[in-house]
Ligand binder design. Structure first.
Ligand SMILES: Nc1ncnc2c1ncn2[C@@H]1O[C@H](COP(=O)(O)OP(=O)(O)OP(=O)(O)O)[C@@H](O)[C@H]1O
Ligand SMILES: [Mg+2]
Length: 380
């Protein structure tokens, strides 16, 4: 700890002492009800972080707050209670008991916690139904596929009713098709369960699909944290950029994230005109008092409005409106040459405008923008 405090890195600590730095200076906050992803290369400290949270690993220093309870100083009985009621863990390799039936595996956590046989059986039946394994309750794990076995692991974690789930590479051992199925299943379950999930993975596509936020670990430290979109846009280092390189940006970013909001450039009593002051050649939109688009104008028409002609005489309907949540890949499909594009909200209110170059710029820029100079890297 003293060496670390002087700025020594993990390698130096290992060389000069007999201690391994598992985690150093990791500070993050997991929003309640979120699926929070932790990513990083092998050995970066992901499992160590996960195991600190329920104190399978004892942190040497620092705080781990669950709501406002610090987990680190908890005594054995309080810790046991916390593991019983608040935090469950799903492991990478199923960790099922091979000579117990599926339902015995699902209720195993409850059995350890002293729940009566009848009650735990009822609860296990419920959770097996939730994960779609009701029919398999009295089979042995070896009769199940990998994905089904992983669902037994999930059922076992759900059985305890803990509101925090820690899933350490829970899907990594599954083949790609089953893995996709399990991801969909988790998203479906989460829709109703609304657990707080810390999900460890080394697969960035999985992080994008499941995560509301992503933390990226390297050498025991947290090197980047943010929403998937922000991490892809500004990886900040070559290490992070390497994860984001293969990401299909057109499926990640939506219309809202690339639109220009513009500003009021002209108007009359019937409508205000919102345009892009920096690009006077671009189309502009006439917006009524309830923020709905009444039409669009080209640059020449805008000049005439500015010269005093009524807006209503100059409007055309040469535009396409897309919702703010439309992914860029779908926006591209709606683009019609010569037509302006507007972004609207669920109620049809104007949010902003799109130019083809905004879309292309966003899809391309993150892929080739150099890392900030302070991080010293050029990721071509
Ligand atoms: N029990 C232990 N004793 C000593 N060092 C350990 C122990 N467990 C983990 N480490 C070290 O802590 C570091 C982080 O390991 P950790 O298991 O957290 O990595 P990880 O990111 O989960 O990797 P993987 O993707 O391979 O699971 C590694 O350098 C490892 O050698
Ligand atoms: Mg691990």
């Amino acid at each position: 700890m003293t060496l670390l405090a002087t700025g020594a890195d993990k390698a130096r600590v290992l060389a000069e002492t007999d201690a391994v730095v598992g985690l150093n200076n990791v500070s993050l906050s997991v929003p309640s009800g979120a699926i929070y992803m932790v990513m990083g290369l092998s050995g970066s400290g992901k499992s160590t972080l996960a195991r600190c949270i329920n104190r399978l690993n004892e942190p040497t220093a620092g705080k781990i707050l669950l709501d406002d309870i610090d987990i680190v100083p908890l005594r054995e009985d309080a810790l046991r209670e916390l593991r019983r009621t608040r935090i469950s863990m799903v492991f990478q390799h199923f960790a099922l008991l091979p000579n117990k039936s599926v339902i015995e595996n699902a209720e195993f956590g409850l059995k350890l916690r002293g729940v009566s046989a009848a009650r735990r059986r009822r609860r296990a039946e419920e959770v097996l139904a939730i994960v779609g394994l009701a029919k398999w309750a009295y089979h042995r794990p070896h009769e199940l596929s990998g994905g089904m076995r992983q669902r037994v692991g999930l059922a076992r974690a759900l059985a305890t009713d803990a509101d925090v789930l820690i899933m350490d590479e829970a899907f990594s051992a599954l083949d790609p098709l089953i893995r996709t199925e399990m991801q969909d299943e988790l998203l479906r379950l989460q829709h109703t369960l609304k657990k707080t999930i810390l999900f460890i993975t080394h697969d960035f596509q999985e992080a994008l699909k499941l995560g509301t936020r992503i933390a990226i670990m390297s050498e025991g430290e947290l090197v980047r944290e943010g929403t998937p979109q922000s991490i892809v846009l500004e990886p900040g280092s070559d290490y992070v950029a390497a994860f984001t390189r293969e990401v299909d940006r057109s499926r990640l970013f939506d219309a809202r994230s690339v639109m220009r909001t513009g500003s009021t450039v002209s108007g009359d009593g019937s409508a205000r005109i919102v345009g892009d002051a920096e690009h006077p050649e671009a189309m502009s939109f006439a917006i009524d008092a309830s923020n709905r688009i009444v039409g669009c104008l080209d640059a020449a028409a805008l000049q005439q409005v500015k010269a005093g002609k009524p807006v209503g005489d100059l409007l055309t309907r040469d535009f396409v409106a897309v919702s703010g949540a439309t992914k860029l890949v779908d926006v591209a499909g709606l683009y019609q040459s010569g037509k302006a594009m507007a972004v609207i909200d669920e109620d049809g209110r104007f949010l902003g405008m799109l130019e083809p170059e905004h879309i292309l710029g966003r899809i391309a820029s993150a892929a080739r923008s150099p890392a900030p100079a302070s991080m010293g890297g050029h990721n071509a």
